[in-house]
Design a protein around this ligand. Structure first.
Ligand SMILES: Nc1ncnc2c1ncn2[C@@H]1O[C@H](COP(=O)(O)OP(=O)(O)OP(=O)(O)O)[C@@H](O)[C@H]1O
Length: 555
């Protein structure tokens, strides 16, 4: 078990310097689209190098070429510790040379246990009968989780874990292969499901790992991670490099945004925020169930209500309880009659105990859960089929007509509204980049025009520009009469989209914030002491690298 020795190695061995990974003139073409155009960058030993860019700019394609999933176009060169790879890279080659990767999809097998997923391909046979020593395997697996200060049950089926636990398992699997001083670990949007505390532990561990000389390539949309934790950054725009290995010291999230988009971000102004209406609110009362006890709140017409808190505070259980996905032992939701239905229509009182997901949908409640891969995006179906799925299945149940032309027209409207790229209803969703898949997922449920829309981390894995597009669509739904609740851990998302935010602690609402509120206001309320720790405590290195900027102040 190599990780346990990292601290010791750091104390004794100066971290090696020099180029670990060099990518030179790499291109990739799918059909007629050239999605990577002669890109070049290098990652140094002992650094955290961020690779950023808008959805579809080519980041995952780079990761997939490096791990042997894709074959690049002829002409490029990929070298590792000074030695070129034979292209395409084979997964075995990548692993033998010390490259580990956590793909955006995490690459876990749901039917297997945590232990199986962690140790697959790494089991060691010992003793005269060459048997696997399971006690030893368990200890090795536990030691990795200890390093990230997480306790994930080794015998749990991965399919039964939540999104954060799944991410932790995939990260742990890559980390266990890190040999101090050697190799490169690639994290492709792997931190997207981590809550704040887990994120801090992750970066603390990363700091220890890179201090030994191991390199890290971090693909992320969280610009705070780049500013706080990366040493250098490479920026892709439309498949081309616009900044190669630029020092991060002194950069702000705003500078990065401009470089990523190629323009300044057009902020959603206060004038875009619909005023909360005067009509009757949705009333949530006495909800008790997994993670929360006797909570209640209102969602006013026209407003977007946010729920947040630390992991385990219960805020993220609420959408699942209200949608009948998690069982509630008590509580109700009252949805007022739509004003357009006239004075005779009465409010609907929905009892939560015994509510099933299909009862909730029939009552006008839609849930956009976290984790599109496991919760309803069908990769082999087209964008149009995915967007129109709730409508087509309802039409089928009610024996109503729904034409292919109608399906396509619906998809085209949402592709335009959410700026899905490429803007083609007919392509399989699996060929879209991760962020564009997320837009399709959100569109699918926004298109159902529900009375009450519950969202959990709706802008996860989307770029900063797309985050604004999705936020705008959510706010438009609220302005058009849908009651909207967003549960999320991303303070930037919440401050952008919400009019009010309820902050949870210990399964109850602790504080209420009202717009305008900054991301820092939200973090301050989440942490009782108001502090926002830096993600990475940079350890002083024994030998400064060229252009090193440890401890440089960041904005
Ligand atoms: N298997 C494939 N077939 C066809 N096109 C593909 C395939 N895989 C990726 N693409 C296209 O390549 C482009 C780059 O995709 P990639 O997943 O690398 O983007 P990304 O920068 O990682 O985006 P995101 O931030 O959304 O994850 C996109 O236009 C995508 O649609």
């Amino acid at each position: 078990m190599t990780l346990g020795t990292i601290d010791g190695v750091r104390a004794e061995t100066p971290a090696p310097r020099g180029t670990r990974l060099a990518v030179d003139s790499l291109s990739k073409t799918f059909g007629r689209s050239r999605v990577l155009k002669d890109i070049s960058f290098d990652v140094r030993a002992g650094e955290v190098h961020a690779l950023v860019g808008q959805n579809g700019s080519g980041k995952s394609t780079v990761a997939k070429i490096l791990s042997g999933l894709y074959t690049p176009d002829p002409g490029g060169v990929v070298s590792f510790d000074g030695r070129p790879f034979d292209l395409p890279v084979t997964p075995l080659d990548a692993r033998t040379r010390g490259m580990a990767i956590v793909h955006q999809s995490l690459g876990l097998v749901d039917e297997f246990t945590v232990l199986d997923n962690l140790r697959v391909g790494r089991l060691e046979a010992t003793g005269p009968f060459r048997r696997v020593d399971w006690k030893r395997e368990r200890a090795a697996a536990k030691a990795v989780f200890d390093r990230i200060h997480r306790d994930v049950p080794l015998d749990a089926r991965v399919g039964s874990l939540n999104e954060e636990e799944r991410a932790v398992v995939a990260i742990a699997r890559a980390l266990q292969d890190a040999t101090p001083g050697n190799g490169l670990i690639i994290f492709d949007e792997s931190t997207r499901a981590l809550g704040r505390r887990a994120l801090e532990s992750f970066f603390t561990l990363l700091d220890e790992i890179v201090a030994t000389g191991t390199a890290v390539l971090l693909i992320t949309h969280r610009l705070e991670e780049v500013v706080d934790a990366a040493d250098r950054v490479t920026i892709l725009r439309d498949g081309a490099v616009v900044e190669s290995g630029r020092e991060v010291a002194g950069m702000t999230e705003a500078t990065l945004t401009t470089l990523i988009l190629g323009r300044d971000l057009i902020e959603l102004g206060e004038h875009d925020r619909p005023a909360a209406g005067n009509g009757a609110p949705v009333r949530v009362e006495g909800v008790t169930g997994l993670g929360v006890h006797d909570i209640g709140f209102e969602i006013r017409p026209g407003e977007v209500l946010g729920l947040t808190g630390l992991a385990g505070s219960g805020y993220d259980d609420v959408p699942y309880l209200l949608a009948g996905v998690s069982p509630a032992s008590a509580g109700s939701v009252t949805i007022p009659a739509a004003e357009s239905t006239g004075a005779q229509a009465s409010a609907r009182d929905i009892r939560l105990p015994g509510l099933s997901p299909s009862d909730a949908i029939a009552a006008g409640i839609s849930l956009i859960p976290e984790g599109r891969e496991h919760a309803g995006i069908a990769g082999t179906l087209s964008v149009a089929e995915n967007v129109a799925f709730p409508q087509t299945s309802r039409a089928r149940r009610q024996l109503m007509p729904f034409s292919i032309r109608g399906e396509r027209a619906l998809a085209e409207r949402w592709i335009e509204r959410l700026d899905v790229r490429p803007p083609r209803p007919d392509v399989p969703v699996a060929t879209l980049s991760g962020g564009n898949q997320q837009k399709v997922f959100v569109a699918k449920w926004l298109a159902t025009d529900p009375d009450l829309l519950l969202l959990h981390e709706p802008t996860q894995a989307v770029d900063i520009g797309a985050r604004h597009v999705i936020a705008d669509a959510i706010r438009r739904a609220a302005a058009d009469g849908t009651f909207v609740l967003v549960a999320g851990s991303d303070e930037n998302e919440l401050s952008l989209v919400c009019d009010r935010v309820l902050v949870f602690a210990d399964g109850a609402v602790r504080q209420e914030l009202t717009a305008p509120m900054s991301p820092d206001d939200i973090v301050g309320a989440i942490y009782a002491d108001g502090s926002r720790a830096k993600l990475r405590q940079r350890a002083p290195l024994s030998e400064p690298s060229a252009g090193s900027h440890e401890d440089a102040p960041h904005d």
